[in-house]
Design a protein around this ligand. Structure first.
Ligand code: CLF
Ligand code: SF4
Length: 504
């Protein structure tokens, strides 16, 4: 289907394909092959819309929007909007001018920055003057950066035209339910047409606005991500339906976010003891929805002033009190950013072709972007010592490699007990799995052909990155790729202390 897309640069019309093409739904947009060229271009460097892109590109949020027009039971207004942010954190509020200054400073310092979003601390569209002023300035002064906004959707239909005018290519709408009876258990009130409206009526209006806004955006070729907060016993049994309907209406990706409700946050749910989903419950729900919809599984529930790669927060380096000292030549920064992005894309293309050479020939430009490359110890489960061909639970020994930007070197082997042998404990009563993880001290990643949920979680808890993505690949090549991803992900910065670098 062809649609007319209005944009600031093309106020007349562009031809574009539909915003929601069919295609593989397993991850957040990594099956790029099933997408039209227009959509590929939109998700290629967006760290939230493409799971693979989040290894390479950074995002930042500017917290310019303090007010909100609804009340959610998981929010108490002291903190950032929990529809897109981890609850319990407070951001530094910026004026639109300060926001633009901050974006330029970050873009010059972190050339991987590809997207700037407004996600709070309240609802961006409940603060239309501040939000649109920020977008207007950014679209003029930093035209090489994608713009993104997140909203509860109540004010969305009335602002779609202006969002398109400023080339806001990506919008997140939080839709927690389609049933107003369920909505009344999530939203006690909304502020609508100068009046406070409560209960089922409030939820009805909110849901209608959200769906209308979604359809309007899709019609105009804007990519829409739908967030849903998973609230066990309230909406969890209904979210498959939400996923199905928002997909039908053209949403690009669905992000199921776990409710985080602690009494100390002072929210209604926190105080009432409403629990969030367990990891297993969340994963099971994601798996159910993934049959029908592209699911985002790498969301980090960022702060409303987050800066850096997903999962990384460099916001402190760019606080208001430090901005005055930062003089930025943005024209020059743009040239450098273009070169860095081209280098990233060249590396990704090489990786996609399976050459593995992008690691070895990591370009000078990418090194500039990530200067602190240090050696990393990684463990490998391998039968023959050439391929990643063993299940983590079947390994009797793990090969230990030291990996740097230049070489992959076998430095030792560590004996472990096969925890899949049917025995749960070793002679001294210690669980086998814990003993295996202790044996990995000093390692920062484990590569194997397969791994179960339990060891995956325990490894992560121990600060070790589990990886089962490179089954049957040559060990050197796989380790090189993982090293490169860790570098791009900010895991190799800052340099490790000497205690971390234990000799195998
Ligand atoms: Fe920010 Fe959100 Fe845009 Fe991404 S975050 S406004 S879509 S640029 Fe991303 Fe952060 Fe999850 Fe949001 S990881 S909280 S989904
Ligand atoms: Fe809080 Fe965001 Fe809900 Fe508004 S939309 S009440 S800021 S969580």
């Amino acid at each position: 289907m062809h649609l007319k897309v209005l944009s600031r640069d093309n106020p007349v019309a562009l031809d574009a394909e539909s915003g929601c093409p069919s295609g593989g739904c397993g991850g957040a947009g990594d099956a790029l092959s099933g997408l039209s060229e227009v959509i590929r271009e939109k998700v290629r460097d967006h760290p939230c819309y493409s799971e693979e892109a989040h290894h390479h590109y950074a995002r930042m949020h500017v917290a310019v929007a303090p007010a909100c027009n609804i009340q959610c039971h998981y929010c108490n207004r002291k903190y950032d909007c929990s529809n897109e942010s981890r609850p319990g954190v407070v951001s530094e509020l910026l004026s639109p001018e300060q926001a633009v200054k901050k974006v330029k400073a970050v873009a010059a310092e972190i050339p991987q920055l590809s997207v700037v979003g407004i996600a709070g601390p309240g609802d961006p569209l409940a603060n239309p003057e501040r939000t649109l002023a920020t977008f207007r300035e950014l679209s003029e002064k930093a035209p090489d950066i994608k713009l993104c906004v997140s909203t509860n959707g109540l004010a969305l239909p009335g602002l779609v035209g202006e969002l398109c005018w400023y080339d806001i290519g990506h919008v997140t709408i939080t839709i927690n339910c389609l049933d107003p009876q369920i909505g009344a258990r999530i939203y006690p009130w909304i502020f609508w047409n100068h009046r406070r409206i409560k209960g089922v009526k409030a939820a009805e209006i909110l849901i209608a606005q959200q769906l209308e806004g979604l359809e309007m955006l899709v019609e105009r070729g804007v990519l829409v991500k739908v967030n849903s907060v998973v609230i066990p016993g309230v909406n969890d049994g209904h979210l498959e339906e939400v996923s199905r309907v928002v997909k039908e209406k053209g949403a690009f990706v669905h992000n199921l976010m776990p409710l985080i409700a602690e009494p100390e946050h002072g929210t209604f749910y926190g105080l009432m003891g409403q629990r969030g989903p367990s990891d297993d419950e969340l994963r099971a729900l994601q798996d159910k929805c993934a049959w029908d919809m592209r699911l985002m599984r790498h969301c980090r529930q960022c702060r409303a002033d987050a800066v850096g790669m997903l999962g990384e927060d460099r916001g402190d380096e760019f606080r208001l009190d430090k901005l005055d000292d930062l003089a930025v030549d943005y024209e020059k920064a743009m040239v450098e950013r273009r070169q860095v992005h081209a280098a990233i894309e060249a590396g990704r293309a090489a990786q996609r072709k399976g050459l593995g050479e992008s690691f070895v020939s990591l370009s000078q430009l990418e090194r500039r972007a990530k200067p602190a490359m240090r050696p990393v110890l990684m463990a490998v489960a391998s039968e023959g010592g050439d391929l990643i061909d063993q299940h983590f639970g079947q390994a009797r020994e793990l090969l230990i490699y030291e990996v740097t930007a230049r070489e992959v070197r076998l430095v030792g082997r560590r004996e472990v007990d096969r925890y899949c042998s049917g025995e749960d404990t070793c002679g001294d009563g210690e669980p086998l799995l814990r003993k295996t993880i202790r044996a990995l001290e000093g390692c920062e990643a484990v590569l194997c052909s397969k791994i179960g949920y339990e060891p995956w979680g325990l490894l992560e808890d121990a600060g070790i990155l589990p990886n089962g993505e490179h089954a049957m690949k040559p060990i050197d090549e796989a380790l090189a790729i993982v090293y490169r991803e860790m570098a791009a992900d900010g895991r190799l910065d800052p340099p490790a202390s000497s205690e971390q670098r234990l000799t195998a």
